[in-house]
Design a protein around this ligand. Structure first.
Ligand code: SAH
Length: 248
């Protein structure tokens, strides 16, 4: 996959792209990420990327010309498998389903806004707007990093074991089950006995049940959307009943 990021703060990407999974994914050539300084697409001597808003009001607006030139260079013409994404609080909220969809593209071009945002005419060259949540940040750089990180995890070979991605929260519509590692006992808290049983099927069943419990407790809204087997539905009704009896 190819990812081009257009920003006025290219240095913000240095840390995230040179550490951990993202750096490994690039070394393994699973992904080719390039960060482009929007100022290099300006033609005036001050390299200006922003200007005052027409109609008055506070703040500055990002000018359309440098963005147009950058997009034209990175995507000379529209082809399948490419997406120009503007990171924006007004976009569709990023969730695991959207992350999975984005991971199927061959080429993503991410545009990071700043100040009051971009000149609205830029939207003519954008395929979609994506938000990372209902709050406003100072720029699109952190959202772009969030998007790149989450999409990368979906690409084969980035996370060592594919099954660990499939188990993650949201992938199958549920939250992840609780994990434990050594020591077996810490400050009086023991690791659940079942995990020492060596009985693979029973461990798997326990984990699925724990996922259901965690989802029910922390994100009951997710349970409405997920498809459960008749046994799992029964299990959920039982835990609801026991918790009610206990007055929880
Ligand atoms: N006035 C704009 C917000 C500007 S914030 C509005 O209300 O819509 C400056 C830039 O930060 C935006 O152009 C966008 O690129 C980025 N940004 C801010 N919050 C974001 C969010 N929740 N998700 C994605 N990008 C965001």
């Amino acid at each position: 996959m190819k990812i081009d990021i257009i920003t006025i703060f290219p240095r913000m990407f240095v840390g995230p792209l040179t550490e951990s999974l993202l750096s490994r994914a690039q070394e393994k050539q699973i992904v080719d990420i390039k960060v482009h300084d929007l100022r290099s697409f300006t033609e005036d001597k001050h390299h200006s990327v922003d200007d005052r808003p027409f109609g008055g009001g506070c703040g500055m607006v990002m000018k359309p010309e440098p963005i147009y030139r950058a997009l034209k260079k990175l995507r000379p013409k529209k082809t399948k498998g490419q997406q120009v994404i503007f990171l924006s609080p007004q976009g569709k909220t990023l969730d695991q389903k959207l992350v999975k969809e984005l991971s199927s593209y061959r080429h993503l071009i991410l545009l990071c806004g700043h100040y009051e945002g971009v000149d609205e005419r830029v939207m003519n060259w954008v395929d979609r707007e994506i938000s990372i949540g209902d709050y406003v940040l100072t720029g699109g750089e952190l959202p772009a990093m969030v998007l790149v990180d989450s999409v990368m995890r979906m690409l084969p070979g980035v996370v060592k074991e594919a099954s660990s991605v499939e188990r993650d929260s949201f992938y199958n519509g549920l939250l992840d089950y609780p994990n434990y590692t050594r020591p077996e006992e810490f400050k009086g808290a023991r690791v659940p006995e079942i995990l020492f049983s060596g009985h693979h099927a029973r461990v798997e069943q326990w984990r699925r049940q724990q996922s259901l419990i965690a989802t029910w407790k922390k994100r009951p809204d997710l349970l409405k959307k997920v498809r459960l087997s008749p046994e799992e539905k029964k299990f959920i009704s039982e835990i609801k009943r026991t918790h009610k009896r206990r007055g929880e």
